[in-house]
Design a protein around this ligand. Structure first.
Ligand code: NAD
Length: 382
């Protein structure tokens, strides 16, 4: 199942022999139901990367997922992240009705190690999968970086300015998700006068601040990079708080827009907001345990892969070259999908994480049965 697509030697990686790591990678991918996972180590370009393809989902042989660059302490952490993120992409595509499979890529590096050579080597890695994997920008990868990667492969998206690119569309989807949650939980039709605490004001968080500010929302923000928080204070009157204060604020909505795993046994007991609605992927540290913990606290959780699908919708439509009106219609639908999920959750007496999974799996099953039927001559004739 797994392959080393490009390896400049057969030595050790973080003290582990390649063969042992490949075995471990295969095993972990199999356990989580992935189709494939690929690994690349190009010593000269200082590139260590993994691409995970989870499931064809609603797609037909093509999988999409952005590329994240992160200083993982070892390959095990990177593997765990890429496997979870790619599985999340399958559910994200299914909930957004986007006909692609879920995938993801990670590059193990510090942001300051990023170079043109590294990005171009990564582009060749993507190209080696011959279009099975299509990628774009995630944490620590900019639109400019995607342009560099594109010099080596055409299988990248997110470089067109159609509808402003993936960032404004992701933030817009989050605003719509917040609106749906506010309607469902607080019975309010608009956001004016409400308060939102945003963790992380990078690409998405900053754009979200702008859009929420336009809706008359009072903002509380934190970021490990102080200047970013100060900038949104100046631009949108946000109140800057310390990183550990963000959880316990008396606000209407908590919006995680930094990294994953932040909803866990230490943070959930601190949260006072009745709604969690943010862009970060993999917010629940443990999906089973922590979705239940949120439910027991009566917190309405907007499943991350549903609320943050605006970027995927945008880049998919860039790929198939549809018009802006169609993109906006699909992003607007995030509002209805979340209301459907809240309703399923109530009716089935399951939490919103389980309800979203149910919706996604039903759609994937339907698409698979439909594809199967298309390939059965007897059914085609009848
Ligand atoms: P980014 O790197 O531009 O921004 C993340 C910000 O969070 C940075 O400013 C960083 O300093 C800050 N941060 C990191 N750890 C923090 C902590 N513990 N406390 C406070 N701040 C912290 O990334 P982004 O593109 O804005 O993406 C944010 C999240 O949204 C990620 O989880 C990403 O996977 C997800 N997402 C992004 C997109 C997209 O189109 N960019 C689409 C869907 C989902």
């Amino acid at each position: 199942m797994s392959n080393i697509k490009s390896a400049s030697d057969k030595n050790l990686l973080f003290g582990v022999a390649y063969d042992d790591f490949i075995d471990r990678m295969n095993q972990a991918a199999k356990e989580m139901g992935h189709e494939d996972v690929f690994f690349c180590h190009d010593k000269e370009a200082n590139l260590i990367a993994m691409i995970a393809i989870h499931d064809k989902g609603l797609g037909a042989g093509q999988s999409m997922g952005a590329t994240r660059l992160w200083p993982y302490t070892n390959q095990e952490h990177a593997l765990k992240d890429v496997l979870r993120l790619s599985r999340g992409m399958t559910y994200k595509a299914a909930c957004a009705n986007i006909p692609v499979g879920g995938a993801k890529a990670v590059i193990i590096a510090k942001p300051e190690q990023k170079s043109e050579r590294m990005l171009r080597a990564y582009g060749r890695f993507v190209e080696s999968l011959e279009g099975r994997f299509i990628t774009g920008q995630d944490v620590n990868i900019s639109t400019e970086d995607v342009r560099v990667i594109r010099q080596e492969t055409k299988h990248v998206v997110g470089v067109s300015e159609k509808c402003g690119g993936p960032v404004p569309m992701t933030a817009m989807g989050v605003v719509l998700g917040i609106k749906a949650a506010v309607k469902f939980r607080l019975h309010k039709e608009n956001l004016n006068g409400l308060s939102v605490a945003i963790q992380g004001v990078g690409n998405i968080g900053k754009n979200l601040c702008q859009q929420l500010h336009e809706h008359g929302v009072k903002l509380f923000v934190t970021d490990t990079i102080k200047e970013r928080a100060e900038e949104v204070k100046d631009l949108y009157g946000a109140i800057v708080v310390n990183s550990d204060e963000i959880y316990s604020l008396n606000v209407n909505v908590f919006a995680p827009c930094a990294l994953g795993g932040i909803l866990n046994s230490s943070t959930i007991p601190l949260i006072k907001a009745p709604i969690i609605a943010g862009a970060a992927n993999n917010q629940l540290e443990d999906e089973q345990i922590h979705s239940k913990l949120l439910e027991s606290k009566g917190i309405l959780y907007c499943p991350d892969y549903v609320i943050n699908a605006g970027g995927l919708i945008n880049v998919y439509n860039e790929m198939i070259d549809t018009d802006e009106e169609h993109i906006l219609k699909q992003v607007n639908n995030i509002y209805n999908t979340l209301l459907d999920i809240f309703k399923i959750s109530e009716e089935e007496e399951i939490n919103t994480h389980e309800a979203a999974k149910l919706l996604a799996e039903e759609r994937i099953m339907k698409a698979k049965n439909f594809n199967k039927a298309l390939h059965m001559p007897s059914l085609l004739l009848s």
